[in-house]
Each structure stands twice: as structure tokens, then as C-alpha cells.
Design a protein around this ligand. Structure first.
Ligand code: HEM
Length: 488
């Protein structure tokens, strides 16, 4: 009887079409309102008006927008079986020839993920720390020069070169040294991929499959240069293994592991899978880390007290050293970790998750047929001022207080909620495998700057706060930095 009553009284699931959402045009829906580089901010704004679960109409297709962290985390955990990355995005990645672990699904994803995750564990990073140390020395040379001459530093370009160099040395055992190159470096070709990916996955019609505009032709040239570089890396690694067959038993990096791994049936990763993953790693580690660092430097410069705390900690941890010399030293930089976490809470460089369900399901009483487009809005819950009045403020200490409160819960319930809602690296089985490396890079760069230089300016040319620009990752527009040597 009880069961029957509850079945009878259970409301029939709603359809997405029954939900509120921004009013749009017939047929086109909300398409004309969407501004590509601002979609994340638009979706966050609409969540404030229509609630955390609402309808978006992309042409004839209904999408569900979800801005509630608990719901998003549940979806992200239900992968790869329940949910996939958006197939339109996978298709664009595929035709660019850059499929790897990011775009793979099912069994192929499981195989690739194991290898990738093993290449970025804290113990692997510890073993190969000297490579990161060397890249950081080079970064310091460049910073020294800028400090001497008083020249402006194009922040993102410099940081992208650093992150590409670190990824290539760590994951492929190859020193690409973009840091010391003038123009035409690998990083400049990689730079073109995310904006075009963003443009094509949001296009209403895949025109480039039929006709190439000048921008598509220019992009093809950059993509070809990227593929040529990747092919060269793979060949170098093959030659290394041929010279030293012991590497097949004990690979020293991801590329060697991919070239020699066999699954339980003796199968190996295909040529395309290896190349796709090399490309994927270069892309996944570049913009994300560089933009996060750029945002963090900007926030630290505009919050001098927080910067002073970083400088004091770095001086104490590094002593006479000018850069962190081992992972223990970097590990002691808790204030930098708090600042990076706080910066990623406010400026997550991956503010949207593009997903679709593999099987019919229901979210908050809304029926979703298989293949429904779901947009996860990652930032809303982490900056919700109804949870903590200062949720929109940069206050790194909330991470320290909340961490200690987790052991002995006292006060700061708001901070704890904000922290739980912050998922800059995603969540679940597909959480970013590069997160330990990213945090290490952030500590290396921020500690090097804090130990050696005074920040004179980190800002835009006109002094206005940097605009957020979404081109797959969310970048600050036009940040430049000026430094001078510290007088110590
Ligand atoms: C601050 C820097 C970084 C941020 C904020 C970041 C963020 C993210 C996010 C949000 C995802 C999607 C996670 C999900 O679907 O749940 C992701 C996936 C991924 N990231 Fe990162 N990432 C960073 C650095 C890196 C680095 C340094 C690497 C490697 C060199 C890397 C490699 C990857 C890969 C391979 C995936 C796909 C994982 C999969 O689908 O299984 N990331 N990252």
C-alpha cells in the first residue's frame, strides 16, 4: 500500500522543455544570445535568474544546464559508464587527429588512463624532479633578464612556454626548450588549437568540412606543424628504446610507457593513440597551468598582504636557495598552495563541463533521454554569496582554516562548503591526472618569483581588471608583468 501510494503520488518526470530558461527565438532558441568567449559567464548569470537547473535551447536541441556542485559531482563520478564527454566535441577532436585520453571513452579510455595516471603520480614527479628544476632555472634566466632591463613580460606566453617545456621533458623525455626560442616555437602552434576547438564544437553547421575559410587554412598549417613535432617526439622515443631495450621493461616516461605497454591480451596502443595522447598532453598541460598561474599572480599582486605572506613563507622555506631544490622544499609551501586553490576557486580555467548521458536517466525529476547535452557550470556553487558573504573575495586563509576545521569541525561551515564546491580539476574517475604536476609547477614558479623579485606590476595595459575570455580554457586577457630584483 505504502509503495503503491508513493508510486501513485510520485510526480511524473518533467521534460527539459518544461523547465524555465532564458527566452529565445523560434527555431534558433538561445543561439543568437550566446557569445562564445563569454558563455561561462552567461550561463552563471542565467543560473541566478532561473535556478541551478534550467533549460537552454541550442537551435532545435534542448540542453540541460546544471550549476549545482553536488549534482555535477554525482554526474562526473558516474563516468565512463553513465556519462561521456559531449560527442560533438569528441568528433571535432577526432577530425583534428588529436584523440587521446581526454576524448576517449569506455575501454579505450580505461587503457589510456592507466598509463597517463601512472606518469603523473607524486612519486614519479619526485623521481624526475631534476627535469622540473632545470626548466625552472631557465625560467629564472628569462625573469632575471626582464628584471635587469625593466621590460614588460607577456605573462601568458612565458608561462605557456614553461608549462610546455615541463610537460615535454617529463612526459616524453624531450627537451623542446621553447623558453629560449624567439618565434615559431611549438607553443605558438599549440596556442591555436583550443580557440578553434571551441569555435567548431559550438558551430551550428560544420562548414569547414565543405569549405575552408582563411582562418581554417591558417589553423590547418598550425595543426600540421603540431603533428610534425609530435611525430618527431615519437620517433626520438622509439630510437631511444631501440638503443636501450631495458626501457621496455622500465619506461622512464609516459611516451616510453605508451610505446611499450601491452594489455592483458598482448595488444598495444595504436600509432594514432600514441600520437593523439602526446598531442593531448601538450595541450592539456599548457593553457590550464599557464592561465591558472597568470590569474594567481594577478590576484596576488592585487592583494599585497597575501603576496607578503607568500614571500615570507618562501624566504623561510628556501633559505639561501633561489628556487625550490626538491619536492620536500616545494611541499612546505602551504601558503602558495592555499593561494593557488583560492585562485582556482574564483577563476577556474575549466569553468564548463560538456557532457552527455549514455543511457536514459533523471536529474532533479527531469527525464533525460540518452544523448542529452548537459552543461555543468563549475563555478556557481564555489562563489555563492548565500553560503558565505565573502565568497567572491580572494581570501587564501579560508583553505587553511577549513583544512584544520575538517579535523576538528569548528565554525567556517561556509568556507568548508565553498571549498567542497570548488572542483577546478573536475571530479570522479576522470579527474585531472595532471593535478599534482600542475600544483608543483605553480609552486615552482610562484616561489621563484617571490624569492627573487619584487612585483612592480601585474595587470592589463589600460589598468582595468583583466577580462575573462573562454576559448576552451578561461584566460585573463592581456596580462603583463613587470618585476625588479629584490634587494636581499
Ligand atoms: C592548473 C592546471 C590544470 C587544471 C585547472 C586542469 C583541469 C582539468 C579539468 C577540469 C579536467 C576535466 C576533468 C573531468 O572531466 O572531471 C582535466 C582533465 C585532464 N587533464 Fe588537466 N588541468 C590542469 C593541468 C593539467 C596538466 C599539467 C596535465 C598533464 C600534463 C593535465 C592533463 C589532463 C588530462 C590528460 C585530462 C583528461 C583526463 C581524462 O579524461 O581521464 N592537466 N584537467
Amino acid at each position: 500500500m505504502g509503495v503503491e501510494t508513493s508510486l501513485l503520488s510520485r510526480a511524473a518526470p518533467k521534460r527539459i522543455a518544461d523547465l524555465n530558461g532564458p527566452p529565445g527565438w523560434p527555431v534558433l532558441g538561445n543561439l543568437l544570445q550566446l557569445e562564445l568567449s563569454q558563455i561561462h559567464a552567461q550561463l552563471e548569470g542565467w543560473a541566478k535568474i532561473y535556478g541551478p537547473v534550467y533549460r537552454l535551447r541550442i537551435g532545435p536541441r534542448d540542453a540541460l544546464v546544471v550549476a549545482r556542485p553536488d549534482l555535477i559531482a554525482g554526474i562526473l563520478r558516474d563516468r565512463p559508464d553513465g556519462w561521456s564527454r559531449l560527442r560533438t566535441m569528441q568528433a571535432v577532436i577526432h577530425e583534428m587527429g588529436i584523440d587521446g585520453v581526454f576524448s576517449a571513452e569506455g575501454e579505450a579510455w580505461r587503457r589510456q588512463r592507466r598509463l597517463v595516471a601512472a606518469a603523473f603520480t607524486p612519486s614519479h614527479l619526485k623521481r624526475y624532479f631534476p627535469l622540473i628544476e632545470r626548466m625552472t632555472e631557465r625560467l629564472k634566466e628569462r625573469l632575471d633578464l626582464a628584471a635587469r632591463t625593466g621590460a614588460w613580460i607577456e605573462l601568458q606566453t612565458m608561462l605557456m612556454r614553461y608549462s610546455v617545456d615541463v610537460t615535454a621533458s617529463l612526459a616524453f623525455g624531450i627537451d623542446v626548450n621553447t623558453m629560449q626560442q624567439a618565434n615559431g616555437a611549438l607553443q605558438e602552434h599549440l596556442d591555436q588549437v583550443f580557440p578553434m576547438l571551441m569555435r567548431r564544437m559550438n558551430a551550428t553547421f560544420p562548414y569547414w568540412r565543405y569549405i575552408k575559410l582563411p582562418a581554417d587554412r591558417a589553423f590547418d598549417r598550425h595543426l600540421a606543424a603540431g603533428h610534425a613535432a609530435v611525430k618527431n617526439f615519437v620517433q626520438i622515443a622509439r630510437d631511444r628504446i631501440a638503443e636501450n631495450p631495458a626501457l621496455a621493461e622500465r619506461p622512464t616516461n609516459l611516451l616510453e610507457a605508451m610505446l611499450t605497454a601491452r594489455d592483458a591480451d598482448g595488444g598495444m596502443l595504436s600509432e594514432a593513440e600514441v600520437a593523439g595522447n602526446v598531442f593531448t598532453m601538450l595541450l592539456a598541460g599548457e593553457d590550464t597551468t599557464a592561465n591558472t598561474l597568470a590569474w594567481t599572480l594577478y590576484l596576488l599582486h592585487t592583494h599585497p598582504q597575501a603576496w607578503d605572506a607568500v614571500v615570507a613563507e618562501v624566504d623561510a622555506c628556501l633559505g639561501a636557495d633561489v628556487i625550490p631544490r626538491n619536492v620536500q622544499m616545494a611541499g612546505g609551501l602551504a601558503t602558495i598552495e592555499d593561494c593557488s586553490n583560492e585562485s582556482m576557486r574564483l577563476r577556474p580555467v575549466g569553468p564548463l563541463a560538456y557532457l552527455e548521458n549514455n543511457v536514459p536517466t533523471e536529474i532533479e525529476g527531469v527525464a533525460l533521454p540518452a544523448g542529452t547535452f548537459l552543461l555543468g557550470v563549475m563555478r556557481s556553487g564555489a562563489v555563492d554569496t548565500s553560503i558565505a558573504a565573502d565568497a567572491a573575495d580572494f581570501r587564501p586563509s579560508r583553505w587553511r582554516v577549513a583544512a584544520s576545521a575538517a579535523v576538528e569541525p569548528v565554525g567556517n561551515a561556509g568556507d568548508r562548503k565553498l571549498i567542497a564546491a570548488s572542483m577546478p580539476f573536475g571530479a570522479g574517475p576522470r579527474v585531472c591526472p595532471g593535478r599534482y604536476l600542475a600544483m608543483l609547477e605553480m609552486k615552482m614558479v610562484l616561489a621563484t618569483i617571490a624569492r627573487n623579485y619584487q612585483l612592480i606590476e601585474v595587470g592589463t595595459e589600460d589598468g582595468a581588471p583583466p577580462r575573462e575570455h573562454l576559448a576552451f580554457t578561461m584566460a585573463p586577457v592581456g596580462l603583463r608583468m613587470k618585476i625588479k630584483a629584490r634587494a636581499n
